[in-house]
Design a binder for this molecule. Structure first.
Ligand code: 3H9
Length: 704
């Protein structure tokens, strides 16, 4: 390999180089964007260290990374593929056994395998601002390159348990406090590496082999963590294995590493690992849109119209991200309600530690402006309408905005189902009009559906995505249809639950089956929380256009007729009081009455059947959404449900689940259910084609 005359670096391979400075050798890693420990990085690192072992001129090695971070973990893209030697655990052991002491410099986000590499070196220096952690548990695995054995040796079992089971990132200062690093530095990575290696030689930094250190066993801490996880994460697999692995650190290092490997392999084989890694990539894949190359417009100020739950939530999200916001309402009373809601939302942010009390005061004093006159929005760069879901109301607003908004302002509607093409046509600038569909509470939920109408310009779409990024939300591109991606699919699968309820399953049984599957809440708990009156209004609106063949279940409407709107009125499918919630006997009576009226002899449903029907319905409509081009790829639908609908992350999303079930089996189920209702249960063409060709949704993601 050649030496670069300018830097003095000798390349070992395309991502690793060596630079000599007297008795110090610097080994630099350069594998953008995050220096993931890919096969090339592992090979190059081992070759570099090996080359220096017998070099009589070298007394110590400084290991650092170029770019924004030290190694951010194993290369996740290699997971699930045949392993390529050397494995990261072997690399770590090799580093630990190096005859030449190695000082490692942590910077950026030193995560997972990156932290494990660091812990295998003989001394560690963290740059100020470094974040370190073991996020493996969030991917359904555990630190499998010695992290579960070396972290307890340096930081003790309680700290290691906390970090490894939570995936929490700690600061450089915390890492120092725990003993995971030996000192902090304010220098750059290369200079810090040079200094640290020289200090190893001069005895200013102690040379320690982590594997040689003793662990203080702590059975009580392990037991307490097991009990905590059994309560908080009963469905997850890997957190429990993390505890087993950390507990094994009481063994001699070689035996502990063997046990770690066994547990790591078990996690790797679990379907939860595949689901969680799919979710990791889903979060990032959604940004790859046809408009990605367009330049977003500058957004310096935001206007929000409507101070109800959604409008105040959107305003809060924008304020928390640092935008000045002008809130507009019809009258002063509306503005007062909106301002009070924003102020409560900010209180919540203070309580959750997301905002300081002074920050809250500063926002309310200088970032929020209110007005009953829409003209106050004339200078806003982006205006989001979040008023009553009625086309005539929207018309009034968008015609006014067309007159008063400055040229180039993005005009957005937060409508949940109305036609954005129709809204865009109310203006003379349809290219600036877009749907920005937030999820309630808008300052908390991460999903933002960016609804692209026929004439929306690429710059406007790119601006929607840029806004989402600024608000730390996950934007998913959706085409125009009733309910867009999420609500359209939800409206459909919710009917499958209603049919089961009518045919014999209780709301509680259905909710229990779906929370057992991993949903945060079951469909009737969600309905009660959202307010049954919302779907009651939608049902009434849709009644005129409801196809004659569609089976209609009037149970929720009957609850509403009694004034039972769910949680907010104290009862719905459940009764709510100070002791919590329990099934509402009056609702069960109404269910019985409706069954009798429809001459249905109720039958039992197992949890498996409930989950099967619910998931099949969800996948069925999701396939139609894909077929119609409303969603770009299957993975976009997964992201919508993961980040907007409480879909269990470890299951990866509905389309990931669909691939696990298989198209052929899904077709078989739909045809089976169609024997009772051939209107609702119809096989989408795409699914039938997939069943015939053997193609998967994952294949469509890869194809883009
Ligand atoms: C592990 O280490 C296992 C070991 O214990 C045991 C092994 C035996 N691999 O997030 P960003 C890509 S498990 C491959 O947008 P940010 C990412 O997909 C691993 N690719 O940037 C994206 O690509 P694209 C433990 C990765 O600044 C690009 O890099 N480590 C990896 O917002 C930029 O990412 C983790 O779980 C990876 N490890 O955030 C850390 N990481 O541009 C996972 C990122 O094509 N990573 N990419 O879409 C993160 O948390 C964030 O990416 C990070 C940067 C905080 C590093």
């Amino acid at each position: 390999m050649q030496t670069n005359p300018e830097t003095g670096e000798t390349g070992v391979n395309e991502v690793v180089s060596i630079e000599r400075h007297g008795p110090v050798a610097l080994v630099a890693l350069d594998n953008p964007p995050v220096n993931a420990a890919s096969h090339a990085l592992r090979t190059g690192l081992c070759q570099a260290i090996e080359r220096l072992q017998d070099d009589p001129d070298i007394a110590a090695i400084g290991l650092y990374a170029k770019g924004r971070t030290f190694i951010a973990g194993a290369d996740i893209r290699e997971f699930g593929k045949p392993p390529l030697d050397p494995w990261l655990p072997e690399v770590c052991n090799f580093l630990e056994n190096s005859a030449k002491p190695i000082a490692c410099i942590l910077h950026g986000t030193t995560l997972g395998g990156g932290l494990e590499v660091a812990l295998s070196c003989h001394a560690r220096v963290a740059l100020k601002g470094t974040k370190a952690g073991f996020p493996e548990v969030t991917l359904g695995i555990l630190p499998g390159a010695g992290g579960t054995q070396r972290a307890p040796r340096l930081a003790g079992i309680p700290a290691a348990l906390d970090m490894i089971t939570s995936g929490r990132q700690i600061s450089a200062e915390e890492a120092l406090k725990y003993g995971l690093v030996d000192r902090l530095s304010e220098n750059n990575p290369r200079e810090s590496a040079l200094q640290a290696a020289q200090d190893l030689i001069d005895g200013k930094l102690a040379v320690r082999k982590t594997g040689d250190l003793d662990v203080v066993p702590d059975d009580a801490a392990c037991q307490a963590m097991r009990e905590k996880l059994a309560r908080s994460q009963p469905l997850l697999y890997s957190p429990h294995k993390c505890v087993d692995a950390v507990e094994a650190s009481r063994l001699p290092i070689a035996e502990g590493l063997k046990e770690e490997r066994r547990l790591y392999d078990a996690c790797m084989d679990s379907p939860q690992r595949a689901g969680l890694i799919h979710a990791f990539f889903a979060e990032r894949a959604v940004a790859k849109i046809p408009e990605a190359a367009a330049k977003p417009r500058d957004i310096a100020s935001i206007g929000v119209i409507g101070g109800g739950t959604m409008g105040s939530g959107i305003a809060t999200a924008a304020l928390l991200a640092g935008f000045p916001v002008t809130l507009s309402e019809r009258d002063q009373a509306g503005l007062d309600r909106g301002t009070a809601a924003i102020s409560r939302n900010l209180d919540g942010a203070v309580k959750r530690g997301k905002l300081s009390p002074e920050g809250r005061e500063a926002i309310l004093a200088s970032k929020l402006v209110t007005s009953t006159d829409l003209a106050a929005l004339s200078q806003a760069d982006l205006i989001i309408e979040a008023v009553f879901e009625e086309m005539s109301v929207k018309r009034e607003i968008f015609e006014t905005l067309d007159r008063i908004a400055k040229p180039g302002a993005v005009l957005a509607s937060n409508t949940s189902y109305l036609d954005i093409n129709e809204i865009a046509a109310m203006t003379n600038r349809p290219e600036d009009v877009i749907g920005l569909h937030f999820f309630s509470p808008a300052h908390v939920m991460r999903l933002l559906e960016v609804v692209v109408a026929e004439k929306t310009s690429a710059e406007t779409v790119a601006t929607g995505f840029a806004l989402a990024k600024a608000l730390k939300k996950i934007a998913v591109r959706s085409g125009v249809c009733d309910g867009f991606i999420g609500n359209r699919i939800m409206t459909f699968y919710k009917k499958s639950a209603d049919y089961m309820m009518m045919d014999g399953a209780s709301p509680e049984e259905i909710d229990r089956a779906m929370t057992g599957f991993g949903f945060a809440m079951g469909p009737y708990q969600v309905a009660d929380l959202a307010g049954l009156d919302i779907s009651w209004a939608a049902n009434k609106r849709r009644a005129a256009t409801r196809p004659a063949q569609e089976r209609y279940i009037p149970i929720a409407d009957r609850l509403c007729e009694n004034g039972w709107f769910g949680r907010k009125s104290g009862q719905g499918f459940y009764l709510y009081d100070s002791e919590g919630s329990r099934p509402n006997p009056a609702a069960l009576e109404i269910i019985e009455e409706e069954r009798a009226r429809a001459r249905i002899a109720p039958r039992g449903f197992t949890s498996d059947e409930i989950v099967s029907r619910f998931m099949t319905a969800m996948i069925l409509e999701a396939t139609r959404v894909l077929e119609e081009g409303i969603a770009l790829r299957p993975i976009d639908i997964d992201a919508v449900f993961l980040f907007g609908y409480g879909f269990p992350r470890f299951r990866g999303g509905p389309m990931h689940v669909a691939d696990l079930i298989g198209a052929r089996e899904l077709v078989r189920r739909i045809e089976d259910y169609a024997a009772e209702d051939s209107y609702y249960w119809r096989v989408p063409d795409l699914l039938r084609k997939m069943a015939e060709s053997g193609e998967s949704f994952a294949y469509m993601n890869d194809r883009g």
